[in-house]
Ligand binder design. Structure first.
Ligand SMILES: [Zn+2]
Length: 226
């Protein structure tokens, strides 16, 4: 697993250098598409992005304009491939997230609530860059979505539109969340492709750059090459 990760990192760094994107640091600007939000990197209660209604099948939801446009494109492509999608939940305010967490905490207890629901301030939905999806006509979030044609289409193609399936199976220890095949996060096309190709969660992808092990690994690989 470790070797596999290292190899992914090496392959990824080569791709990045070729593409001229030689640093992958999270955005310092909260309004940038690559701003990292998780349990360790929370957003202030007062942060409210500028959002608009997404023009796509499903429930009436909002996202930031750049992400909304990308999502609309993705929905068209999915529909053309007969893998129709529905929006379920996009932008959520801090207060809305607090209500959702409190409800889950009350009905299922803290442990379950913590693994399934982000504490207010730690949800990507507050950024206006995340969307929860279901099959066309659906309105419930389910891990079974990952096995549907629509879910498999999303997993294989979301990166083409600038989205990553943010909480993957086997990465729970790093992301802090259970597998969520329905949750896509907009990061822009270049980062989405790089993360998709690497197979790494966003956190590991960012850390590798932060520790500057990319350059080291490239050097190691070029030295062993004939
Ligand atoms: Zn979500």
């Amino acid at each position: 697993m470790l070797l596999q990760n290292i190899l992914s990192v090496v392959a990824l760094s080569a791709t990045l250098l070729k593409g001229g994107m030689d640093v992958a640091m999270p955005d310092k600007n909260i309004d940038g598409p690559f701003f990292l939000v998780n349990r360790q990197h929370a957003i202030h209660e007062a942060y409210v992005p500028e959002v608009r209604t997404v023009n796509a099948t499903g429930m009436r939801q909002a996202m930031r304009d750049e992400a909304a446009t990308a999502l609309e494109e993705m929905f068209q492509a999915a529909k053309a491939d007969k893998a129709g999608l529905s929006t379920v939940s996009g932008y959520r305010s801090y207060a809305k997230q607090a209500t959702i967490y409190a409800r889950k905490h009350k009905t299922a207890g803290q442990e379950v609530a913590d693994s399934l629901v982000a504490l207010p301030g730690t949800s990507e939905h507050q950024l206006g860059l995340a969307m929860d999806l279901a099959q066309k006509g659906g309105s419930q979030l389910s891990s079974g979505f990952g096995n549907t044609k629509a879910g498999q289409w999303v997993n294989a193609n979301a990166y083409r539109y600038g989205f990553i399936v943010r909480y993957q199976k086997g990465q729970e220890d790093v992301t802090g969340y259970a597998f969520e095949p329905w949750h896509v996060r907009y990061v822009g096309k270049a980062y989405a492709k790089a993360i998709f190709d690497s197979g790494l969660p966003m956190e590991s992808y960012v850390s590798a750059h932060r520790l500057e092990i990319y350059e080291f690994l490239i050097q190691q690989t070029s030295e062993v090459r004939p």
